[in-house]
Design a protein around this ligand. Structure first.
Ligand code: ADP
Ligand code: ADP
Ligand code: MG
Length: 694
C-alpha cells in the first residue's frame, strides 16, 4: 500500500481515500465525488469525507460538525479550503479564537491497538463520540495510526482521556466508564461481565511495541545462519609484475588517455583504495598462470584490449568491478580469465564443491551460447560449463547441472525456473557475472536476477558489464556489488564505434527492397552482411524473397524455433550463408567477427539500438561499414542520429539535417496550435532552409 492508506468508517470497514494527511496546499491526487459520499451512511460520511483531502476552492460539505470545519481551517477567513496539519499541544487543546471549538487533538496509536478504539462494528468509536461529544477520525499509517479528535476543548480532552484508557490497558471499563461504574459495564457488546474480562486482561501480556532494532538484528542473525558452514573464500590472487608497479602515475595517466580515454573510479565511500596500474601485456597479468598464457598464445591475440588491461588487475585483486565499454571490446575475456583463476585457486578443491563456482547471467540465449563457446575456447584445467536458457532442452540441462559443472552461463528466466524447483544449487557460487546488464534490465529480468542473487553467498566476487550506464544499471550495481571499482572506456555518451563507416540513404518505404537487392548483387565474395528489419514478419518476408531469387540467406527472430535460431546463427558464423536477416534480437552482444556490413533495412526503435546494431561490425579492431535506409517516417530520430554520426566522425548528409529541421519546425507548430500539449521539439539543430518533407 502506498500513499493510499486504509481509512475506517464507523462500521470499522476500510474505505479508500486520497492521500493520508493533506499538507497545506499539497496537490490532491484523487477525490471521491460528493455524490458517492452521499451514498454512504451518515457515519461513513463523517469519517470518510470530512478528512479527505479537499481540493483548492472546493467547499467542504456534508459535515456533521461545523466546529470542526472552522478549527481545521485554522480560523483564517477566506482560506477554509486549505488544511494545516493538526498539532498536538501539551494541553491538547488549542482554541480557534472564535469560541466555536479548537484544533484537533492528535494521538498516535499503534495499528495493532486501533481496534480497541473502533470496537466491534464501530461500536466503541460511536460510543466514545457520544459520551465525549467529540468526533474522532483515524488515519492508518504504515505502522501506527493517527487519531484526530475534533470538537470543543472539553470534548477533546474527554475523548482523549477515554482513548488513552482504552489503549493503555484500562479498556475493560466499557460503557461503565461513562458513569464511573467500571464493574457494572460490559466490554463493548461482549457477553462476559466486566470482572471476568478484567481477569483475563490482567493475565494477558501487555502488548509490547514492535522492536525494529531487534527485528533487524534477527535478520542479520538469520543471514549468518543461512551462510554459516560455507567454505572459506579466497579472492585476491594478484601478484603485480615489477614492470607494472614501476609505472609512474604520469605514465599511467598518459596510457589511460591514449587508450580510449579510460576512466577508473573507486566507488568505496571512505578510505579510497589505490587503483591498480593497468597491465599492458598478457604476461603482466597472467605470467603465473601458464595454462591461461598458452590459450592466449594459441588464439594469437597481440595485446589486451583497454578494458582488459585495466579490469584484470582489479578483478584479480578480488575487488568487485563494473566494466562499461562499447560492444566488441573484449569484455567477455575481461571477466572470464580472472574467473577461471578464481575458481581454480579456491581453498576447497573442485571435486569437493557441491555445485558450480561461476555464474554468468546474460540477457539472450544466443549470447549465452556465445559465452559458452568462448569458455570452451580458452578452456582452463578442464572446467566444465553449461548453458542454461529458455528454449533449450530443459531435461538435458538439468541432467548436466546435477551431474556437476563448474561454470553456468544462463539467461535469468530459465535459471530462476531451475532455482525455484531446487534443481540447481547456487550456494557454491563464488564468482558472479552480470553481463550486458543494461540489456537484461531492458528485457525486464530484474525480478529474476534479484531472486537468483538472494541464493548466492553475499561475500562472493561480482563483476558487472554494460555498454551503457543508465539509472537502472546504477541501481543494480548499488544493490549487488560491494565497494566496487568502475572502469569505463571511452565516453559515457552514446557513440557508435568509429571503425565503422556509416552511410545513410533516404528512400521511400516501397523502394527498400530494390536497395537491398542492389546491395546484395554488389557484394564481394568475402563480404558478410547482417540485415536488420523492424518486425519478425518482415524478416520472414525478406528472407523468403531472397531465397526465391536464389540467394543463400538465413533469418533470426524470436518466432523461430530455438534450434532453427541456433542453426541460422551457426550457418552465418561458419559462412555457409553470408546474409543474415534479423530483428533486434541480434543487435546486442553477438560477436560474429567477420561481418563486413550492417544493413539497416528498417531504422531501429531508437538510436541506442542503432549504435548496438552498427557495433556488430568493425569488431576487435577490424573495420566495417553500415548502410541505413531512412524514410520520412523516421524524421523523429534525425537529430539524434546526427549527434551519433558526428561523435563517431562520420559525414552528416545534408538531407538528414533538413529532416531534423523539418521535424523541429513541425514540433514547434504543433506546440503553437496546441499550447497546452506536451512535447519535445527541444532537441536538434535548426539551420533554416527547406520546408519540404520528402
Ligand atoms: P564485448 O563483450 O565487449 O562486446 P567480446 O568479449 O564479445 O566483446 O569480444 C569481441 C571479440 O574480440 C571476440 O571475438 C573476442 O574473441 C575478441 N577479443 C577479445 N580480446 C581480444 C584481444 N585482446 N585482442 C584481440 N581480440 C580480442
Ligand atoms: P524462457 O524463454 O524460458 O522464458 P529465457 O531466459 O531464455 O527463458 O528468456 C526469457 C524471455 O526473454 C523470453 O521469453 C524471450 O521473450 C526473451 N528472450 C530470450 N532469448 C532472447 C533473445 N535471444 N533475444 C531476445 N529476447 C530473448
Ligand atoms: Mg559481451
Amino acid at each position: 500500500m502506498s500513499d493510499w492508506e486504509d481509512e475506517y468508517d464507523a462500521g470499522g470497514v476500510a474505505i479508500s481515500k486520497p492521500l493520508t494527511l493533506p499538507v497545506k496546499n499539497a496537490p490532491v491526487q484523487s477525490w471521491r465525488p460528493p455524490s458517492l459520499r452521499g451514498a454512504r451512511s451518515r457515519e461513513a460520511t463523517s469519517f470518510g469525507a470530512k478528512f479527505g483531502n479537499v481540493r483548492e476552492g472546493e467547499q467542504w460539505t456534508n459535515w456533521r460538525d461545523r466546529d470542526v470545519e472552522s478549527n481545521i481551517c485554522d480560523g483564517e477567513a477566506g482560506k477554509n479550503n486549505s488544511y494545516s496539519r493538526p498539532r498536538a499541544g501539551p494541553t491538547g487543546c488549542r482554541s480557534s479564537g472564535d469560541g466555536s471549538g479548537s484544533s484537533p487533538e492528535t494521538l498516535h496509536v499503534e495499528n495493532s491497538l486501533v481496534g480497541r478504539i473502533i470496537g466491534r462494528g464501530g461500536a466503541k468509536i460511536r460510543e466514545l463520540e457520544e459520551s465525549s461529544g467529540a468526533s474522532i477520525k483515524i488515519n492508518r499509517g504504515a505502522h501506527d495510526a493517527e487519531v484526530l479528535i475534533f470538537g470543543s476543548c472539553d470534548a477533546q480532552l474527554k475523548a482523549k482521556d477515554m482513548i488513552e484508557d482504552l489503549v493503555h490497558g484500562n479498556s475493560v471499563r466499557g460503557p461503565g466508564y461513562r458513569n464511573g461504574n467500571s464493574d457494572a459495564g460490559y466490554q463493548g457488546d461482549s457477553c462476559w461481565p466486566a470482572s471476568a474480562v478484567r481477569a483475563v486482561a490482567a493475565a494477558a501480556p501487555t502488548p509490547v511495541p514492535i522492536d525494529w532494532t531487534a527485528l533487524r538484528e534477527n535478520r542479520d542473525k538469520y543471514e549468518a545462519i543461512k551462510w554459516q558452514d560455507l567454505p572459506t573464500l579466497k579472492k585476491d590472487f594478484y601478484i603485480e609484475a615489477k614492470s607494472v608497479a614501476a609505472r609512474s602515475a604520469e605514465e599511467v595517466k598518459i596510457w589511460r588517455k591514449e587508450n580510449n580515454n579510460i576512466f577508473v573510479d573507486d566507488l568505496k565511500d571512505e578510505d579510497k583504495r589505490t587503483i591498480p596500474n593497468p597491465v599492458c601485456t598478457f604476461e603482466e597479468a597472467f605470467v603465473h598462470y601458464p595454462g591461461i598464457m598458452e590459450n592466449i598464445v594459441r588464439v594469437g591475440f597481440q595485446k589486451p584490449t583497454p578494458i582488459q588491461s585495466q579490469a584484470w588487475p582489479i578483478i584479480l585483486k578480488g575487488i568487485d568491478l563494473i566494466g562499461i565499454a562499447q560492444t566488441g571490446t573484449g569484455k567477455t575475456l575481461a571477466y572470464l580469465l580472472p574467473g577461471f583463476i578464481h575458481m581454480d585457486e579456491q581453498p576447497v578443491p573442485r571435486d569437493r564443491r557441491d555445485g558450480p563456482g561461476m555464474l554468468v547471467l546474460t540477457p539472450t540465449r544466443e549470447l549465452a551460447l556465445q559465452i559458452e563457446a568462448e569458455c570452451n575456447k580458452y578452456s582452463y584445467k578442464g572446467f566444465k560449463s553449461i548453458c542454461i536458457y529458455g528454449g533449450g532442452d530443459r531435461k538435458a540441462q538439468i541432467k548436466v547441472v546435477t551431474s556437476g559443472v563448474d561454470i553456468v552461463i544462463a539467461t535469468p528466466g530459465r535459471l530462476n525456473d531451475l532455482q525455484m524447483n531446487e534443481l540447481i544449487n547456487l550456494r557454491s557460487i563464488t564468482y558472479l557475472v552480470l553481463d550486458e546488464a543494461d540489456r537484461m534490465l531492458d528485457m525486464g529480468f530484474e525480478p529474476q536476477i534479484m531472486k537468483i542473487i538472494l541464493d548466492i553467498r553475499p561475500d562472493r566476487q561480482t563483476v558487472m558489464t554494460s555498454a551503457t550506464w543508465p539509472t537502472g544499471v546504477r541501481r543494480l550495481a548499488k544493490s549487488y556489488l560491494k565497494e566496487p571499482m568502475m572502469v569505463y572506456v571511452g565516453t559515457l555518451d552514446l557513440a557508435a564505434v568509429n571503425t565503422v563507416h556509416q552511410t545513410v540513404l533516404f528512400v521511400q518505404e516501397e523502394e527498400k527492397k530494390d536497395y537491398v537487392f542492389d546491395f546484395i548483387h554488389r557484394m564481394e565474395p568475402q563480404d558478410k552482411v547482417l540485415i536488420f528489419v523492424g518486425k519478425k514478419i518482415k524478416a520472414d518476408d525478406l528472407s523468403s524473397d531472397l531465397c526465391l531469387q536464389g540467394v543463400a540467406v538465413q533469418s533470426l527472430h524470436g518466432d523461430r524455433e530455438q534450434s532453427d535460431r541456433e542453426e541460422a546463427l551457426q550457418d552465418f558464423r561458419d559462412g555457409r550463408v553470408r546474409i543474415l536477416v534479423a530483428t533486434d534480437l541480434a543487435s546486442r552482444g553477438l560477436d560474429v567477427h567477420d561481418i563486413t556490413h550492417v544493413f539497416n533495412y528498417d531504422f531501429p526503435r531508437n538510436v541506442e539500438e542503432y549504435v548496438h546494431r552498427v557495433g556488430r561490425t568493425g569488431r576487435a579492431g577490424r573495420s566495417g561499414a553500415s548502410v541505413t535506409l531512412v524514410t520520412r517516417e523516421d524524421w523523429k530520430v534525425a537529430s539524434e542520429l546526427i549527434t551519433i554520426l558526428e561523435r563517431s566522425g562520420q559525414d552528416v548528409p545534408e538531407e538528414l539535417v533538413l529532416m531534423a529541421e523539418r521535424y523541429e519546425k513541425h514540433q514547434r507548430e504543433k506546440e503553437m496550435f496546441a499550447p497546452r500539449g506536451r512535447g519535445g521539439g527541444q532537441r536538434g539543430r535548426f539551420r533554416g532552409g527547406s520546408e519540404r518533407r520528402f
